[in-house]
Design a protein around this ligand. Structure first.
Ligand SMILES: [Mg+2]
Length: 436
């Protein structure tokens, strides 16, 4: 890369250096030039995918590309994500669907496909982790990255590596991201939101305090609606006002939150990027129409839920090491039991049998109103279910399950019923799937 020293800036499209005098890139003509005096000194980034679910659906169905698209619906009937075209009409996340369709009657509503989004989110995550191990995921589609000390590895400074990364995501995954670059998490996150979509925004040390002075207090991490109202009743609306206040005064008024207001209002944020593997789980649960206590009633439900969880793991190409059984008693007490396996699994059969062992101990006459099964400690499917030489039976079961899966794929879910679930499809309300 040609710009190790980053004289003034660079072009976000072709990465050629850009000096201060040009409005367009001298190499490719693009107007997307990035210039900032601290470009070479900053390494803490927040990367956020733009309208993530909607972007994935548009990628997979080009007919949607130029249409307003809303991801959502289902039971709760709220907007999960709106594409930028729909946002022009005023559609926002968490808006009730009927309101969204009032605002944008031509919108195409697409039901969310969480497994797919998890899969794409993981691809993005993997590409981040190729840049640095210092990746802290915040949600399925955003993360903090600390690129300090990676210049030699990449042959380019962090600012440029991030532009290259954004371009790579567009080319290889087919969605767009926005980048925020700063010296701390607080400002990196604010920066990534400033220039969406396809944004790249930089907040340096020199302008941090003056930039923050003009912002509302709600921009501060932890200041929600209720706390903002408290601050407003004390006459505090802008971060600039907080900058004039003493630390002791803020702490007397607002306790530990006062300490945070003092520091963040001045752009002081010591939190480091903490790499974290995804602490996620995939689970399914169902509430019964009438409380159940007999194993004969509970076991088929466990089997059906295990198959549901397994199908979702397989679809997302992931597996998990810990099986979690959840029961809610008739008097609303929750019992969770878990067991760790030697190897991660995504097989319905292993999930079911592990759950069954735990369930046996809980079927002591207690009446249950809810049963759930889940898998946590998620990892790549590549490490899951190695051919088990000791337990050849389980290997055979795995092979059989593969055959059942392909039959189901061909002929639909109902085509193959195992002995346990046969005829027991309606033990209660429809199962609820969740990811946490
Ligand atoms: Mg996002």
């Amino acid at each position: 890369m040609t710009v190790n020293a980053l004289p003034h800036g660079f072009c976000r499209d072709c990465l050629a250096p850009a000096d201060a005098a040009t409005r367009r890139c001298r190499a490719c003509g693009s107007p997307r030039l990035l210039r900032h005096a601290e470009l070479a000194a900053l390494s803490l980034a927040h990367i956020d995918c733009d309208a993530f679910y909607a972007a994935v659906e548009k990628r997979d169905n080009p007919e949607l590309r130029d249409k307003p698209v809303i991801i959502g619906g289902g039971k709760r009937g709220v907007v999960s994500t709106a594409c930028y075209i729909a946002r022009i009409s005023g559609v926002r996340s968490a808006m009730p669907m009927f309101k969204a369709l009032e605002a944008c009657p031509t919108a195409v509503v697409v039901k969310p496909d969480m497994e797919k989004y998890v899969r794409v989110g993981r691809q993005v995550r993997d590409m981040m982790q190729a840049l640095t191990p210092m990746v802290e995921p915040i949600s399925i589609d955003e993360a903090f990255l600390d690129l300090a000390g990676t210049q030699r590895l990449h042959g380019a400074p962090p600012a440029l590596v991030l532009a290259r990364f954004a371009r790579q995501i567009e080319l290889e995954i087919g969605i767009t991201v926005s980048v925020g670059l700063s010296y701390c998490k607080f400002l990196a996150k604010i920066a990534s939101d400033r220039d969406k979509p396809r944004g790249y925004s930089v907040i340096g040390r020199a302008e941090a305090v003056s930039f923050l002075a003009q912002q509302p207090v709600t921009l501060i991490w932890g200041v929600g609606k209720a706390f903002a109202a408290t601050l407003a009743s004390d006459g505090l609306r802008s971060i600039g006002q907080l900058q004039t206040m003493e630390r002791g005064d803020l702490m007397r008024r607002y306790g530990t939150m006062g300490d945070r207001l003092y520091h963040l209002s001045r752009g002081m944020d010591e939190r480091s990027v903490k790499p974290r593997s995804e602490a996620k789980s995939v689970s399914s649960e169902t509430t019964f129409d009438t409380d159940l206590s007999r194993p004969d009633d509970l076991v088929p439900v466990l089997r059906a839920l295990s198959e549901r969880v397994s199908a979702r793991l397989k679809k997302a190409d992931i597996a998990g090491r810990t099986i979690v059984l959840k029961l809610k008693t008739a008097d609303f007490r929750i019992r969770t039991r878990n067991r760790q396996l030697g190897d991660p699994t995504r097989l319905a059969d292993r999930i079911f049998h592990t759950g069954l062992e735990m369930l046996k101990r809980e079927t002591d006459g207690t009446r249950y109103r809810l049963l759930g099964i889940g898998v946590s400690d998620l990892t790549d499917a590549a490490k899951a279910d190695p051919p088990d030489l000791v337990d050849r039976l389980s290997h055979k079961r795995a092979l059989a399950e593969g055959a059942i899966d392909s039959l189901r794929e061909k002929f639909g879910k109902q085509a193959v019923e195992t002995g346990y679930t046969f005829g027991r499809g309606r033990a209660g309300r429809p199962p609820r799937d969740s990811e946490s």
